[in-house]
Design a protein around this ligand. Sequence first.
Ligand SMILES: Cc1cccc(C(=O)O)c1OC(=O)C1CC1
Ligand SMILES: [Ca+2]
Ligand SMILES: [Zn+2]
Length: 310
Amino acid sequence: NALQHVTGHGKGVLGDDKNFDVRCETSGSPCYLDDVNRKIQTYDAEKQDQNLPGKLIKSSSTTFNEPAGVDAHTYAEKTFDFYKKKFGRNSFDDKGGKLISSVHVGDKWNNAAWDGKQMLYGDGDGKVFTMLSGSLDVVAHELTHAVTENTANLQYWGESGALNESISDIMGATIDSKNWLLGEDIYTPDKSGDALRSLADPPKYKQPDHYKDRYIGFQDNGGVHTNSGINNKAAYLIAAGGTHHQVKVQGIGRDKMSAIYYRALTLYLTPNADFAEMRKAAIESATDLYGANSAEVTAVKKAYDSIGVN
Ligand SMILES: Cc1cccc(C(=O)O)c1OC(=O)C1CC1
Ligand SMILES: [Ca+2]
Ligand SMILES: [Zn+2]
C-alpha cells in the first residue's frame, strides 16, 4: 500500500501557491496527482489528443512543478467539495465515479471540454488563452457538463444546448463566486479586465440577454455559447436583482439561485428542454424549496418575464 493521503504543494498557472491531495509510494517517492479520497486523478497528455488520458502526473517529492496539472487537480477537488457539501452529490455521477483530467491536450489548443469520459484542458496559444485549467470557473464549468450529462442530459444543440451551456456557466460563476465573469483568469493573458462571458452583462461579450435577440442558425450547434447568455441573465437577476427591460427583480442571492438550478437540473429538466420549460422547472424548484408565494418564486417569475420567456 502507498501513502494514500499526503498533502502536495505547487504553484498554479497564475503562480499562486496551492495545496492538494496526492498519493506517494510507501518509500515517500514518487508522488502522484492522485486524490484517493475523492478519486480525482490528473494526467499529462504531452501535447497529443489521441491516446488519452496520458501519463499520471508524478513528482519525486510532494512538491509538483506542473502548474496546469496543479490547478486542474486543485480546482477539481474544490468543485467536487462544492457539489458534495452543498447538494450531497458524490462526484459527477453521484456514484463516486473517478474524475480524470488531462492537461497539455493538443498543440496550443484554445479549448477545454468534458469528452463524455474525462476533462480535457488545452494549453491555449498564449494570446487568446493561457493554460485553461488555470481558472476555477472553467474547471467548474467543465465538471458541470459531466453533472448535466448524468442528470437532465440536456442535448447539446439549439435551446437545450444553450441551457446546457448556461447551467455550466451558472455553476462556474457560483463556485468561483468572486465575480459574475467566466474565464477571466485565463482569457487573453496580455489584456486585463476582459473575460470570455459575463452573466451580469451578456451583451458585453456579444451574447443576447433577451429571448427576442436569440441566434437562430446552425453555427456552434445552433448558438449554444451565444443563447446561453439569455438564461445566464435570468440567473444573474434572480441572484443579484435589478431592472431589465422595465421589469424589476428582487435578488435572492447566489446560494439560493444555484440551489434552484441544481434542483431543476436534477429533478425537472429533460434532454430536449427549451427555454419555456426552463422557466417552469425553475418556478417548480423554487416552489419546492421556498414555497408557492415566496419571494424566491417571485424573483424567478420576474427574471424570466424580463428576458422575454413568459
Ligand atoms: C474555452 C471553451 C471553448 C469551447 C467550448 C467550451 C465549453 O466548455 O463549452 C470552452 O470552455 C468554456 O466555455 C469555459 C467556461 C470557460
Ligand atoms: Ca470568474
Ligand atoms: Zn461548456
